[in-house]
Design a protein around this ligand. Structure first.
Ligand code: DGP
Length: 112
């Protein structure tokens, strides 16, 4: 499968790794939009939030268990934002489910 994030997980494309376990991988976004901008991806290929099912939702649960720990280790003591873009209207550019962890600055109240 020709998937950018599958190649990053496999180590075929270099990335700045922040966290890895048996189910998920986290790495710094190549074009950070905030001082801290980390992407969390399941090691299993899921195309988007539309592909989350009762069979694979444990990957998503793991991501959300780990995010607060990484946020703390990154010093995001005054808050952070977690976003997933799903589909064209949301400008999803990589078709492998990922959650953006954004922080380190005061963000705008509006998200769109
Ligand atoms: P989205 O627009 O939600 O599909 O976000 C995709 C993100 O992936 C975007 O913020 C930029 C990031 N990205 C794209 N290519 C690479 C890459 O090769 N390496 C890293 N670290 N991030 C990438």
């Amino acid at each position: 499968m020709d998937c950018l994030f599958c190649k990053i997980i496999a180590g075929e494309i270099p990335s700045a790794k922040v966290y890895e376990d048996d189910m998920i991988y986290a790495f710094r976004d190549i074009a950070p939009q905030t001082p801290v901008h980390i992407l969390f991806v399941p090691k299993k290929h899921i195309a988007s939030a539309d592909g989350i099912t009762s069979e694979n939702s444990a990957y998503v649960a793991r991501i959300f268990e780990v995010i607060p720990k990484i946020a703390a280790s990154e010093g995001l003591t005054s808050g952070y934002r977690v976003i997933t873009n799903c589909g064209e209207d949301a400008c999803q550019s990589v078709k492998h489910l990922h959650f953006h962890l954004l922080g380190g600055t005061q963000m705008a109240e509006k998200m769109a």
